[in-house]
Design a protein around this ligand. Structure first.
Ligand code: HEC
Length: 98
């Protein structure tokens, strides 16, 4: 599942920002908190409203990035299948704390 994200995001600890920020430990991580990444104003504004990425917020984000964060720079096909989303979030979670 993470193949859909790999083109723009690294996941390993300390991985470099690519088109998108590194996603290491993203579940429970502060929104828009990668210092080396230049987030969109939309994502910065979202971070002031929501604070951290919960599994639930992440599921909503991948289901429809533009609906959750209007104006985000992340343009991707929505992950519409709930099972795919769950698998993806599990993958992101497993990475936590390494
Ligand atoms: C075409 C490139 C691209 C793809 C593919 C992509 N992203 Fe992104 N992603 C971005 C960009 C660019 C941002 C920064 C968005 C902004 O600042 O508005 C981002 C931001 C994020 C954030 C917020 C990170 C933070 O530090 O707050 C998460 C979470 C995320 N992406 C998850 C995913 C997941 C999960 C996938 C796979 C389903 C994915 N992305 C696929 C480009 C991409």
């Amino acid at each position: 599942m993470f193949r859909k994200c790999y083109g723009c995001h690294s996941i390993e600890p300390g991985g470099a920002a690519q088109n998108g920020p590194n996603l290491h430990g993203i579940v429970g991580r502060r929104i828009a908190s990668e210092p080396e990444f230049d987030y969109s104003p939309a994502m910065e504004a979202f971070a002031r409203r929501e604070e951290v990425w919960t599994a639930e917020l992440l599921a909503r984000f991948v289901a429809d990035p533009e609906a959750l964060v209007p104006g985000t720079d992340m343009f991707v096909p929505p992950v519409t299948d709930p099972e795919e989303r769950a698998a993806l979030i599990d993958f992101l979670k497993a990475d936590r704390g390494n």
